[in-house]
Write a protein that binds this ligand. Sequence first.
Ligand code: MN
Length: 506
Amino acid sequence: MPPLLDEKLIAPTIDDLIAIINTNYKNPDIDLVRRAYDCATKAHGDTKRSSGHPFITHPVAVACILARMGLGMHVLAGALMHDVIEDTSVTHADLKHQFGPDIANLVASVTKLQQAHYRGAERYLENLRKMFLAMADDVRAILIKFADRLHNLQTLGALSREEQKRIAREALEIHVPIAGRMGMGEMKGELEDTAFRFDDPDAFAMVERLVTEKVAEKDAYVQQVIGTVTELLTTEQLHPQGIHGRVKRLYSLYRKLQKYENDVTRIHDVIAIRIIVSGGIEQCYATLGILHQRYKPLPGRIKDYIAQPKPNGYQSLHTTVFCEGGDIVEFQIRTAEMNEHAEYGIAAHWRYKETGSKATDDMRWMEELNRIRRELSDKQDFLERLEEWKLDLFRDRIFVFTPKGDVIDLPEGATPIDFAYAIHTDLGNSCIAVRVNGLSARLDTALKSGDICTIVVNKNRKAPSIDWMKFAKTRHAREKIREHAKRLLPTWLQAVLPKRKRKKMR
Ligand code: MN
């Protein structure tokens, strides 16, 4: 876990960013990074964050996180400018003019995602998650959003306790499960542990203490086992690319502790030893075999996630064995490729490859995203009701924001009337006008994903207009309008209508 009080993490400078890029990339486009930085610096001016740091340190920190992940130059440029459309006078057109359509569109996509706020209301939780996936026409925007969220969590200290809790919950409810499903193990773990610290400070401190004690107690022993195993594998002509001790993430340990009645002695992977083989799958199994010759495996604890990958694509062999002196140690064995996938998941497709300036082909990640969506729709544990809105629903849904940032999920072609009724019947009934993205609009306007819709009401108005039936799209809105329209008819007509109906039926 990175130390949260490290100034270089909280408020890095452009030089810190360039230093990371220079160690991580071959032939990086530093000029682009500087231009994006200059644009953002000028745009944000001398705005300050609540921590007191200049605002520009925030986008720089976000870019640093993504540069550590080795993501492409356009992602870094987008990260540096991710708040300019939202917070400054710089427009999408300005960015397009200066940086071209790809970077401009990327920033616009992040801006859309920014508008979703979780306010502790369970009601819209599912819509928020749905929206995240549906807006993944550019997954890079989600990567920027995750990094943005991570830095915001790292700097929560300056906010009120209430805000801390809200933002931490939002990360745990929305961002963490999605990062997990996208196979981004590192990002998920960082988000989770940083949010955990603010969501439940007492539990966090308890688990942190536990891990510190365990590491102090076991570190020398683990190093010794690593030495023995390295020797063993070398004699067998297997030369692993890496063997290292891996301390379990705090939040995941916390969850496991809850399952085991807080009995840490029953948890054997607080520190695990990870072996990255230098070859392919066959070396993973060979390594497992050699370990089992030397150390007796605990029955029922061998997990073959290579033959049967986890739903998010995670692959590895896990085994728990009795080491020297009867100590129990978990080993995780995987190829370098599996390791890259476990850490970066879908983001692996945008990692800056030595061969070219552009990230890998678009098709593979599209396939992968579709696979994730498909799998999501089968999994009960992630989004409880996801099976109701299977894959094809994504295409036909739009996500419209309230002025407070709540997300309303509507079918394509829905109008402000549908939006109003989706929130509350009274809002629909008393609606007299609407503003879309701040501008007056007609009530029959077809809304688009990402629109911010403000319903103007007249408290005296209690009933909808029957004309709305001409353009209301959702069954819910149409039912409400029809219901009211019937009530508005003169009593004599109301009395007549059912009779006529009966007559017809005969
Ligand atoms: Mn931001």
